[in-house]
Design a protein around this ligand. Structure first.
Ligand code: OAD
Length: 268
């Protein structure tokens, strides 16, 4: 059909756009792919994915931190610096507009890069939106964030965006209350997700008529169950991903293109 995008072979875009407009309640579930066009690496893609190049059990478990805190911090600080040099892309911006325009949208992200939050601040600034707070509280980072730390002893968390001196154990950040080492406030393998955030994500998924799934392989639970909860409550899925994922067979509409191209056209 003339005018159809190469990634929209089956012409799903107009129908998906209409479904999104008409939906009462939208939950968006994002994964690493939404940040790929910002230059942030994904996890499972052959060759370029982080888990193809690094071993998670050496870097992203409580045992790894107990064994070699300096090494773990070196890896996380490298990722923090890399992400700081990246900017939100048109996919993050389109989702930020959706959050600002509709109160019935909740964005659940598996990403720890803070790019959804930065896009929201940018969009709110551009609109001179004085109270984007409500939209901010509807961004749920299920796996934590690179720019907070929490004490490995007492669990006290705080914002922390400055570079970490990883030259020795003595230079790593420490808790001002109990003096234990602080660690990145991200969810590691074998750890539970933050209970309140997960509960809010499932509640939003349960009342949403549409779950918009963007850039995730759908292989990691409970995050991927956000989509299942919407399906089991009678809602439908729109998937945006250049490649098939574990959730593709259950999607009503599949848009097989990069998020930065598809989302600005899907969310008008
Ligand atoms: P994955 O690396 O598993 O999947 C990334 C997905 O993004 C793939 O399905 C790609 O096809 C897709 N993708 C790539 N480029 C894209 C683009 N430009 N637009 C849209 N999609 C694109 O990443 P996640 O599913 O996010 O957990 O991984 C889930 C969790 O596994 C992560 O949060 C992390 C990891 O272990 C923790 O660290 C706790």
């Amino acid at each position: 059909m003339p005018g159809r995008r190469p990634w929209d072979q089956d012409g799903a875009l107009p129908a998906a756009r209409a479904a999104l407009l008409e939906a009462r309640g939208i939950v968006v579930l994002t994964g690493a792919g939404v940040s790929a066009e910002s230059g942030v690496p994904t996890f499972r893609e052959p060759g370029s994915g982080l888990w193809a190049r690094y071993r998670p059990e050496e870097l992203a478990t409580p045992q790894a931190f107990a064994r070699d805190s300096r090494l773990v911090w070196e890896w996380y600080d490298m990722r923090r610096q890399a992400v700081r040099a990246c900017a939100p892309n048109p996919a993050h911006r389109a989702l930020a507009r959706l959050l600002l325009e509709r109160e019935d949208v909740t964005l659940v992200t598996q990403n720890v890069d803070g790019l959804h939050q930065r896009a929201l601040e940018d969009e709110a600034d551009e609109r001179a939106e004085t109270n984007p707070k409500d939209a901010r509280t509807r961004v749920l980072p299920l796996h934590g964030t690179l720019f907070r730390v929490k004490c490995s002893g007492c669990g006290r968390a705080r914002d922390h965006a400055e570079p970490v001196d990883t030259t020795s154990l003595a230079t790593l950040p420490r808790c001002s209350v109990c003096d234990d080492l602080e660690r990145p406030d991200v969810v590691w393998f074998g750890e539970p997700l933050p209970a309140v955030t997960l509960e809010r994500a499932f509640r939003a998924a349960g009342v949403a008529e549409i779950c918009l799934v963007v850039g995730t392989s759908g292989q990691v639970h409970p995050a991927a169950s956000v989509a299942t909860v919407t399906l089991e409550s009678g809602g439908r899925l729109i998937e945006v991903n250049p490649h098939p994922s574990a959730l593709s067979p259950r999607a009503a509409w599949r848009l097989r293109g990069p998020a930065g191209e598809v989302l600005p056209r899907l969310i008008r």
